[in-house]
Design a protein around this ligand. Sequence first.
Ligand SMILES: Cc1cc2nc3c(=O)[nH]c(=O)nc-3n(C[C@H](O)[C@H](O)[C@H](O)COP(=O)(O)OP(=O)(O)OC[C@H]3O[C@@H](n4cnc5c(N)ncnc54)[C@H](O)[C@@H]3O)c2cc1C
Length: 397
Amino acid sequence: MAKLAQTAGLTEIQQEILSTVRTFVDKEILPHATALEHADAYPQDIVDGMKEMGLFGLTVSEEFGGLGESLLTYALVVEQIARGWMSVSGVINTHFIVAHMIAHHGTDEQKQRYLPRMAAGEVRGSFSMSEPDLGSDVAAISTKAVADGDDFVIDGAKMWLTNGGTSNLTAVLVRTDEGAERAHQNLTCFLVDKPEGYGEVAPGLTVPGKIDKMGYKGVDTTELVFSGHRVPAAQILGDRRGGGFAQMMDGVEVGRVNVAARACGIAIRAFELAVEYAQQRKTFGKPIAQHQAIAFKLAEMATKVEAAHLMMVNAARMKDSGERFDVEAGMAKLLASEYCAEVTQESFRIHGGYGYSKEYEIERLMREAPFLLIGEGTSEIQKTIISRGLLKEYKLR
Ligand SMILES: Cc1cc2nc3c(=O)[nH]c(=O)nc-3n(C[C@H](O)[C@H](O)[C@H](O)COP(=O)(O)OP(=O)(O)OC[C@H]3O[C@@H](n4cnc5c(N)ncnc54)[C@H](O)[C@@H]3O)c2cc1C
């Protein structure tokens, strides 16, 4: 058989990109990931390497200096990177979402101003919907922007910004109260230019510091506090007041394929570690892989890796062909993240007591996998999206 998680029908360019990224992961990420993770250190050298490879512009169109690649290429690259270290994929994920939102919803001026510098990795994007009191219930956002001359004045607190300190452009969803009856139509997305760093980075704009997390280390996750911060009206994404919710959801939808891909990457790595360890470790006179209970675990893990990969690829291909794919993206995210947690847990068990030691890579994966159950919408929210789509499609006539 071929190795797990192969993808049929890739172009030569896609194969070339993936082979380059795989080599980069094996040489530049895997040997350093666990030490960097334990130190909670930002992987600057790795990020510089990704910049050199053009990964920040992978999906930005060639017109704006990017590589113009598809969501599928991006997702497969992310899967490889997450196999090395999931946090590294987190560095490019929010950037990719913001570039996608600007490319699909921005004004011509916004595209010209941001996309070439985003493709070069000079402008680095983060996105902010969540607040201390809400994550799933996005329409309940309370951070407010009020018009004042040619500017808007923003007040409120945002929570959980991945790359909140290291990005210099944040797409922020806030309430502008358009008088619409439906809550989500009163939300607007602003492109907030901000210096990198922590503390009061601009008048009325504070990044309090890194949130200390269970896993997903290295990459910074922060709060963002607005206190009378002024943003020009020209920074409204696509000049569409009240259109922010739909724009953000479009970004999050492609982000879901990305999270599925990250889950696939961790699951592949957890399987690789397990299948190697199971052939080395001996109990009762033979390698544990020869005990049927362990061999069956490997069989189930590999089947889950394969299923998750196929669903992720299917969702990406649907998006690339221009079809509606909210249900498929939700299914891929749900299945891949749940399977990732299960495969990682099984790999941990196969490692016996050593899996509990920080010297073994599986210890890191065990702390990384749970984030994928939460980010870009929890499993419960995916099931809400999937069931809503199904009930519409299968509505009684
Ligand atoms: C490390 C990290 C990085 C993040 N990065 C970002 C980022 O870059 N930008 C950003 O905007 N956000 C980010 N988030 C926030 C993330 O998107 C939210 O945490 C997530 O959407 C869940 O929201 P919540 O934490 O408020 O949970 P809640 O919405 O409070 O949910 C709590 C529980 O209730 C369940 N639940 C909620 N509503 C329902 C319902 N209707 N039916 C059934 N169950 C329900 C949920 O599934 C969950 O189990 C990040 C989070 C983490 C942990």
